[in-house]
Design a protein around this ligand. Sequence first.
Ligand SMILES: *Cc1c(COP(=O)(O)O)cnc(C)c1O
Length: 439
Amino acid sequence: MSAELVCFNSACSARYPIDEVIYECRECGGLIAVENRFDQDPKQLTSLWDSRAASRDPLDVSGVWRFREMLPFVTDPRHVVTIREGNTPLFDAPQAAAYGGVDALQLKHQGYNPTGSFKDNGMTAGVTQAKKLGIERVACVSTGNTSASMAAYAAAAGMQAIIFLPHGKIAYGKLAQALEYGALTIQVEANFDQILALVRKLAAEMGIYLLNSMNPFRVEGQKSIVIEMLDQRNWKVPDWIVLPGGNLGNVSALGKGLRELLEIGIIDRLPRVAVVQAAGSAPFYELYQRGFEGDLKAVTSPETLATAIRIGAPVSWPKARFEIQNTNGTVVSATEQEIADAKAVIGRCGIGCEPASAASLAGLKKLTAEGTIAADSDVVCVLTGHLLKDPDYVYHYHTDQLKAPGDVKIVSTFGNAPVVMPNDPAKIAAFLDSPAARG
Ligand SMILES: *Cc1c(COP(=O)(O)O)cnc(C)c1O
């Protein structure tokens, strides 16, 4: 087992030592990936992982580090920073299956992570690499789940977390966790791209470690989502895996995890992978429609209420394109109404998720309707974040007040508004007996 950094651009393939702090190739500007070499026996590996399921060691209890042979960049377990990430449920969801147009459907719910999204699967690996390098300060430019996750892992590691964001109104729901976990939060009077450029300069000068999307170790941690999913299915490969795409780090990680499992011989074929983008923020879908010809064209003002996938210039698109092509996958887009209704259906299953996550079910519904995915297919949708990440959205949907960007009203198709009643037992009893209350 060994690991090296390599430029993802196959025309370049420049190599760097695993502990080099580098976020883009110095030769060609390409994305950096971790290249692992494995020499294990597949049967021995899966029985080792099985045996750890009964252990109470924090590394074995983690749904990332239970599979640590897949992350050989960690050579000393004392560097691992874990707060019990992963270990997320794989639910059967019959109502969601019917809505999505398939006979059966499983939902892999990454919202059950410690900070409420799959960012924890990646951040445990990114912060572990920072600890291995002796770093004291980590930073990212983000207002959402990335900042919440980085703040928690930095706190657990005894590092300082620094969050940069554009100056303007702070969305409390998004930043609350980062503030609580003690992150230093700096609002800069500039736009996202300007701040990213500034932070990269500062990081290089001040020895601050960057945990934004281009950090290759986050991808290593996020591979565990598909490893754990397949372990939960006794290594039975589904026909399709459907997930939302924003910066496209997660689909890149999913594809890499699948390739490595295939290389070791733990699985013998690949599932097809479908990425779903929000229609108002769909540069990767546009690239797919052009037959993946040429470069991705950024969307200058991306719009969607699914804020976790409101990304106009996704960093990891070359990796995502490779993984979609390699799995004979597809890309689709979903409207705000489709995402909102799919989200409510996932809620009715007793599961719930944040808006971006529901894009997966909305996309599945489209792909079955157009005949790309057959009704008898074995499908897993990845839910990326927790229902309570965006409570305003939920309340507004159920009370028929939700508006998409451009003031477009979202119809409350599966609305469930609270009922106001007088303090009168007879009236409440009559209401509870009525068809309206019995549903
Ligand atoms: C980050 C995030 C996404 C998008 O993932 P990418 O790796 O950026 O494609 C989707 N859903 C949630 C909840 C997220 O936090």
